[in-house]
Design a protein around this ligand. Structure first.
Ligand SMILES: *Cc1c(COP(=O)(O)O)cnc(C)c1O
Length: 240
């Protein structure tokens, strides 16, 4: 199957899931996670109409952004991997979105390093909703305090929450952490000042294996950004 065909399949999955769960398709947006895949793969997805791309590794992301500089204005680049503080400048200068804020220190660096002439970096706070000690993200209890701090930093716009729950087989088990993320986001929004609350409108959740479950737990109050890699680009080569 070509990338265009796989992308069409994913868009069909999203559309039928929206219909099934009575979610407006306008509330779901697709990020194509291109980590480990070559520039040619991104170009094929772009040709098929895809505009949002996600990368996990700073160096790899920068290489792709620079190789695709002539279509930069058409693309939205999302950083979705763990970020070390010595790499914040690269993300602040080159990406449009950063989904994995889990420490105030990282947020402050991004805020200071975001160039003035660029629109604010769009950021999400990563929450560890499945309670796994190995996973990144703040605990649900810590998320509100961090959100209130981040919301006031210049150069950043706090857009919502992100989660990567443990893989689970059944839809019921997959949906639980997504529902928890949505409820937590609603709670945080209620605690933000009105202008900040109005822009706090995103849930970054759902991947190739569980995007239907993420859509099932979506809500018309938020836009759900599903982050889909292998279902679009094929199986990922193992990391060397
Ligand atoms: C790799 C990755 C994805 C995409 O995973 P697939 O299972 O290939 O769809 C989504 N989100 C994050 C944070 C990832 O690292």
């Amino acid at each position: 199957m070509t990338i265009a065909q796989r992308l069409a399949d994913v868009l069909n999955r999203i559309a039928s899931s929206c219909a099934h769960h009575h979610i407006s398709p306008a509330r779901i947006a697709l990020i194509a996670v291109s980590k480990t895949f070559p520039i040619e793969a991104i170009l094929q997805a772009h040709k098929a109409g895809q505009r949002d791309f996600g990368e996990n590794y700073v160096q790899e992301g920068l290489e792709k952004i620079s190789a695709l500089a002539d279509i930069r204005k058409e693309l939205t680049w999302h950083f979705i991997g763990p970020l070390q503080s010595n790499k914040t400048k690269d993300v602040a200068e080159h990406f449009d979105w950063m989904h994995t804020i889990e420490r105030e220190k990282i947020a402050k660096r991004l805020s200071e390093q975001r160039p003035n002439h660029q629109p604010p970096l769009q950021v999400c706070i990563q929450v560890n909703v499945s309670g796994e000690s190995s996973k990144s993200g703040v605990s649900p209890q810590e998320a509100k305090a961090l959100a209130l701090e981040v919301a006031h930093l210049p150069g950043l716009e706090l857009r919502g929450l992100m989660a990567i729950p443990e893989p689970d087989e059944t839809p019921e088990a997959q949906q639980r952490p997504f529902a928890q993320l949505r409820r937590l986001a609603a709670e945080i929004r209620a605690a933000l000042p009105p202008q900040k609350a109005a822009r706090f409108d995103v849930l970054s959740m759902g991947m190739s294996a569980d995007l239907e479950s993420a859509i099932a737990e979506s809500s018309d109050e938020f836009t759900t950004l599903v982050r889909v890699g292998s279902a679009i680009f094929g199986p990922r080569p193992a990391k060397p």
